[in-house]
Design a protein around this ligand. Structure first.
Ligand code: AMP
Length: 400
């Protein structure tokens, strides 16, 4: 069944509570990167253009003590939002009480209000009470009482059961997805529940242990699962190949064996690697096929692997990619990730989805993001979604 979305709602004159993801990098009150604020603009603009009063809630960082609060205030975020929207935004420096309630009651249609960091509720009078992070029922109920409808557009926290997503939703007659959330449900949710075929998954990144759930789930759904990145070498070890000083999780070698047994020829491993003497961009490096020589560590896939992966990807109608093919942060080991990203950009008949976290950073850094169908905004959330888990934040959104 389809989820209710913001465009299904009548917003005119309504107090619209909106859970957004404004968890931006911030240091000494200065925002490092405002991508997440920019990403929330379409839903916010839609709400105010349709006469709603937009009351925004988000968490920012982690609050473990009173000392954490001043550096993680939402004030600079509200100021940046005001610049981006090119209109005034009311900032309320609290998360509950008469000051907040009065400010909301004074709002006119089309106005925007940002309340203080929802995680301020995790510490009260110096004590770590986690009202937000442990979904204290009284907090969700209180926040819900401040609005008429609830829109959840924060996919990044959808795998968590917090007061500001699940708590509010469970006290509201209707909860709708914002446009960002709607896209995540359509693309990541759709890939898991109803994939087009041929469906090829590309899984990379450092560790097998982080991706076991995803490998397992996608082996059941995909036609091919390509493995790259550091986790390759745990599979190499499981095949009895030499791995030199490459990254390996010794306690996962048996698991890698059982994955390979289950997968048969569905699993596609790199055939060559770029190997270096040290974990250093300037270390002497070369490309080798098969075994990794003693004294070397594998830091990227090689050109033959890229070509082999492209052959597997060519007929795909759906591609889901999670995790880089190598140490893309260092220019000498970014080639594999870049080539695969560029190739995905040429697959005009395929839906190409990047599943969050480091892979999102990689395609953005490498400049290939705009050629792909969907770049997920959630790291942990997209991994759990790809594992086939039910995300509480999404489960709490009403069906149409
Ligand atoms: P993940 O967060 O699991 O997606 O892992 C991403 C990280 O894996 C990135 O920081 C990459 O630099 C790193 N990585 C990818 N390939 C390798 C490799 N062959 N050896 C060591 N680290 C790697």
């Amino acid at each position: 069944m389809a989820k209710l979305t913001v465009s299904d709602l009548d917003l005119k004159g309504k107090k619209v509570l909106m859970r957004v993801d404004f968890n931006v990098p911030i240091k000494d009150g200065v925002i490092g990167n405002d991508n997440r604020i920019v990403a929330a603009l379409p839903t916010i603009n839609y709400v105010i253009d349709h006469g709603g009063k937009a009351i925004l809630l988000s968490h920012l960082g982690r609050i473990k003590s009173e000392d954490d609060k001043p550096g993680l205030s939402m004030r600079p975020v509200a100021e940046r939002l005001s610049n981006l929207l090119n209109k005034p935004v009311t900032f309320v420096p609290t998360t509950e009480g008469p000051q907040l309630e009065d400010a909301i009651n004074k709002m006119s249609d089309g106005q925007v209000l940002v309340m203080e960091n929802t995680r301020y509720e995790d510490v009260k009078n110096g004590e770590q009470v986690k009202r937000e992070s442990k979904n204290d029922p009284s907090l969700g109920k209180y926040w819900a009482s401040l609005g008429d409808v609830f829109i959840n557009d924060a996919f990044g926290t959808a795998h968590r059961q917090h007061a500001s997503n699940v708590g509010i939703a469970s006290n509201m007659p209707q909860t709708a997805a914002g446009f960002l959330m709607e896209k995540e449900i359509k693309f990541i949710g759709g890939a898991v529940s109803n994939p087009a075929h041929p469906f090829v998954a590309i899984l990379g990144g450092a560790k097998v242990s982080d991706k076991i759930g995803v490998i397992d789930n996608l082996l059941d759904k995909a036609d091919k699962v390509i493995i790259g990145g550091g986790m390759t070498y745990t599979f190499y070890a499981a095949k009895g190949m030499k791995i030199g000083n490459s990254l390996v999780e010794k306690d996962k070698i048996d698991l890698a064996k059982s994955i390979m047994d289950k997968a048969g020829d569905k699993l596609v491993l790199p055939v060559d690697s770029v190997v270096a003497e040290k974990f250093d961009n300037d270390a002497p490096h070369k490309t080798v096929e098969g075994d990794i020589p003693d004294g070397y560590m594998a830091l990227d896939i090689g050109p033959k692997s890229v070509a082999a992966f492209e052959d597997v990807l060519k007929p795909a109608k759906l591609v889901v990619w999670n995790g880089p093919m190598g140490v893309f942060e260092m220019s000498n080991y970014a080639q594999g990730t870049l080539e695969i990203g560029k190739y995905l950009g040429t697959l005009s008949d395929a839906t190409t989805i990047v599943g969050g976290g480091d892979s999102t950073a990689a395609v953005q850094q490498l400049g290939v993001a705009d050629k792909l169908t969907h770049i997920s905004t959630g790291g942990g959330a997209s991994l759990e979604y790809l594992e086939g888990k039910t995300l509480p934040g999404i489960a709490a959104i009403s069906e149409k």
